[in-house]
Design a binder for this molecule. Structure first.
Ligand SMILES: *Cc1c(COP(=O)(O)O)cnc(C)c1O
Length: 392
């Protein structure tokens, strides 16, 4: 049997690394701020960009490049640029593609800091953002202006797991000469490959599932060679939010087990979601793998698995939700996600605490809502820990 293209797991484990003269088996960490040239002429050629090769680790670093090439291969993109954090990835994309007078249309259901970046900081530079409901394609199209340059979303959304039809929205974006950016943090390329669905650029917070064990903060932008390899890379090498080689090494080792972990997170989350759905103390469960999810069919079509996040409404409002959280003994009370350790959080008073109660209520993020990022501990222990407060 011949295979013309390596499979996903082979790329995740082997792509991007060219062995050095030392014949190392595991990818090395190059802790070197700068690189040495053979001659003055070579230095000049490297600086001018006439010759490929390393110059300085703000620009490129051999370890960071392994992570970039591996993630690009997994997402099916031509280029990837690694960044110091997920937010640095989003900012770098904005600096690369937006200028004064440009307009952005973004989902209302975004990571909090992303909303703040658009709403508070980009406005200072003359870039305005309109926020629309993630799932309302007509609202996206209606919000587009002649000056709109970028459409930005996350799917599934946090914490309510709403799904956007990436293929349909990419057609709308391209009909109006806009770029479509998808923050693929919740799915990773194991579950969803936005470039194949028509998106132009992908954002990652490597802090989450790519590392997968809660050890580093990092990010990445993936897309074609012009947009990412030239424009975004130009921003990074000039402004400096590069990923450190150590963090790149941690994240690239994380990629090696990404598909095993994502399938396991998804399986555990679906088991938990089904159990919670039948629990008398639970009013409602949000997980795209449930048949009760309004976009279950779209999630099934667009994603290979449903992901590791489960949100649910505890009957009795905030007091009841806090009781469930405080009754846990094993689960970690923290807003981070994408870790092998299960985390639990109360969105209304943490990640969405700064949003007014009215806006929160309209968005469906009520006081009884609890979000669990399901980890890889024994599922029976996760269930038992949650039931301490639910059964009581
Ligand atoms: C965490 C997160 C970010 C920001 O990433 P950092 O690495 O924390 O800067 C962006 N988008 C989503 C969906 C996230 O969960």
């Amino acid at each position: 049997m011949t295979q013309d293209k390596p499979g996903f797991d082979t790329l995740a484990i082997r792509s991007g690394h060219e062995r050095s003269r030392e014949q190392e088996h595991s990818e090395p960490i190059f802790t070197s701020s700068s690189f040495v040239f053979d001659s003055a002429a070579q230095a000049a050629a490297r600086f001018a960009g006439d010759e490929d090769g390393n110059v300085y680790s703000r620009f490129t670093n051999p370890t960071t490049r392994i992570f970039e090439q591996r993630l690009a291969a997994l997402e099916g993109g031509e280029s990837c640029v690694a960044t110091a954090s997920g937010m640095a990835a989003i900012l770098s994309l904005c600096l690369a593609v937006l200028r004064q007078g440009d307009h952005v249309v973004a989902s209302r259901a975004l990571f909090g800091a992303t909303t703040t970046l658009f709403d508070k900081y980009l406005t200072r530079f003359g870039v305005e953002t309109s926020f629309v409901d993630l799932t309302d394609l007509a609202a996206w199209e209606a919000a587009i202006r002649p000056s709109t340059r970028l459409l930005f979303l996350e799917t599934p959304s946090n914490p309510l797991m709403e799904i956007c039809d990436i293929r349909a929205l990419s057609e709308i974006a391209h009909a109006h000469d806009c770029l479509l950016a998808v923050d693929n943090c919740f799915c990773t390329p194991v579950l969803q490959r936005p470039l194949e669905l028509g998106a132009d650029v992908i954002i990652h917070s490597a802090t989450k599932y790519l590392d997968g064990q809660g050890r580093i903060v990092g990010g990445a932008v993936i897309g074609d060679a012009d947009l990412v390899g030239e424009e975004v890379f130009g921003v990074i090498r000039t402004t400096g939010p590069s990923m450190s080689p150590f963090n790149a090494w941690v994240a690239l080792k994380g990629l090696e087990t990404l598909s095993l972990r994502m399938r396991a997170h998804s399986e555990q989350a679906l088991t938990l979601a089904r159990l919670l759905e039948s629990h008398p103390a639970v009013e409602k469960v949000y997980h795209p793998g449930l048949e009760s999810h309004p976009q279950h069919a779209l999630a099934r079509d667009q994603q290979s698995h449903f992901g590791g996040i489960v949100s649910f409404v505890v009957k009795g409002g905030k007091a009841a939700a806090w009781r469930v959280i405080d009754a846990t003994r094993m689960l970690s009370i923290t807003a981070n996600l994408g870790d092998v350790k299960t985390t639990i959080t109360h969105p209304a008073s943490t990640t969405h605490g700064r949003v007014s109660a009215e806006v929160r209520e309209r968005a469906g993020i009520g006081d009884g809502l609890v979000r669990v990022a399901v980890g890889l501990e024994a599922i029976d222990d996760i269930v038992a820990d949650l039931c301490r407060g639910l059964d009581g």
